[in-house]
Design a binder for this molecule. Structure first.
Ligand SMILES: C[S@@+](CC[C@H](N)C(=O)[O-])C[C@H]1O[C@@H](n2cnc3c(N)ncnc32)[C@H](O)[C@@H]1O
Length: 331
């Protein structure tokens, strides 16, 4: 384990496979912003704000943990919406827009953010069944970047001084999001531009095949925890030995028959998340995944002795995440 200084250190189905044109449509995929309301889960050290605002209301028990709901007045859309939150051993799941959810997490209380947002594919991403889908259509890049900028600012706010962020994206937005991260975190907080090389999809007779995603790694402050992942060496000289991973991570995408496949669209492989969480989050630390989908990062964190907070606005995603967490003994 090394505590790194930011300066002077060494170093499913991928969305990339598909694309679309910008369309104009009513409403924003991210929904409006909600008022900031906090409730605290009983006995948990997870970093939710207290009951100071008085809106928290426990209303029913959820299998594997306890559940809270909160009713929020949405300042932009002007209606009352319900957010749902439940906790188990080492995890919290919140069904809400992550912009609203992050407002009720204490500033400086998260050690690692892993964010795998919609990639601006301009498609409805569909999974195995009709309820396994999410909308990734936007009126254009400005709308997408407004959505992401507000949420990246929220992620920055909740990170501890020695925390870090891994922002998962691809060729459509990685150049824009580097700018946003530079502005919010500072260009001197850039650590790595990781390439996840997955193999499947992306081929075309008209261009080089698109076979990777981008993961932008930034530190919140000067210090951060890092343990280099070890991967099999490829050179003949080091055959059979392990070496430190480079910034190109070779991890196969999830094949259709894989046991870990949940049916949620754009699910990322557990092997990738195990590598990222093991490298960038100290044991006992807290992970926040504001776009948790099927909960891959949460499973990697909890099974590796970390705590995890997952947020997704889709009820089916939360259900899948809860079931996967229960399977790793996190209930
Ligand atoms: C790329 S997927 C995440 C996949 C996940 N990493 C996995 O392995 O399953 C993006 C997720 O963001 C969710 N989402 C989209 N907009 C959101 C928002 N405003 N707040 C919270 N979740 C959102 C979608 O429902 C979807 O599950």
């Amino acid at each position: 384990m090394i505590i790194m200084k930011s300066s002077g250190e060494e170093a499913c189905r991928p969305e990339s496979a598909s694309g679309g044109e910008w369309v104009r449509r009513a409403g924003t995929p991210g929904g409006g912003r909600s008022a900031s309301i906090g409730t605290s889960p009983g006995g948990s050290r997870l970093p939710w704000g207290g009951d100071a605002h008085g809106f928290g209301k426990r209303f029913h028990e959820v299998s594997g943990g306890t559940g809270d709901a909160r009713r929020c007045f949405d300042a932009e859309l002007g209606f009352v919406m319900t957010e749902h939150r439940e906790t188990g051993a080492g995890w919290t799941l919140v069904r809400a827009d992550c912009d609203a959810a992050m407002r009720s997490i204490d500033a400086g209380s998260v050690d690692l953010v892993y964010a795998d947002p919609p990639f601006a594919t301009n498609l409805v991403q569909r999974g195995r069944s009709v309820d396994q889908a999410y909308d990734d259509r936007w009126t254009g890049m400005p709308e997408y970047l407004d959505f992401m900028t507000a949420r990246i600012e929220g992620m920055h706010r909740v990170l501890a001084a020695d925390g870090a962020i891994l922002l998962h994206c691809d060729w459509r937005t990685s150049h824009h999001l580097r700018f946003v991260l530079d502005r919010v975190f500072g260009p001197d907080r850039f650590v790595n531009h990781l390439v996840w090389r997955y193999g499947l999809g992306g081929s075309s007779p008209n261009r080089f095949a698109r076979k990777h995603d981008d993961i932008l790694y930034y530190a919140r402050g000067e210090d951060r925890w890092f343990e280099p992942p070890m991967v099999p060496a490829t050179s003949r000289r080091m055959a059979g030995q392990l070496k430190k991973a480079t910034d190109v991570l070779d991890v196969p995408s999830i094949n259709n028959m894989a046991a870990e496949r949940t049916g949620w669209p754009t699910q990322k492989p557990l092997a990738l998340l195990r590598m990222l969480v093991g490298a960038c989050l100290r044991p006992g630390g807290t992970l926040l995944d504001p776009f948790c989908g099927s909960g891959t990062s949460l499973v990697a964190a909890v099974e590796g002795g970390r705590r995890a907070i997952g947020v997704d606005r889709d009820p089916a995603a939360i259900r899948i995440s809860r079931d996967r967490l229960a399977d790793v003994g996190g209930d």
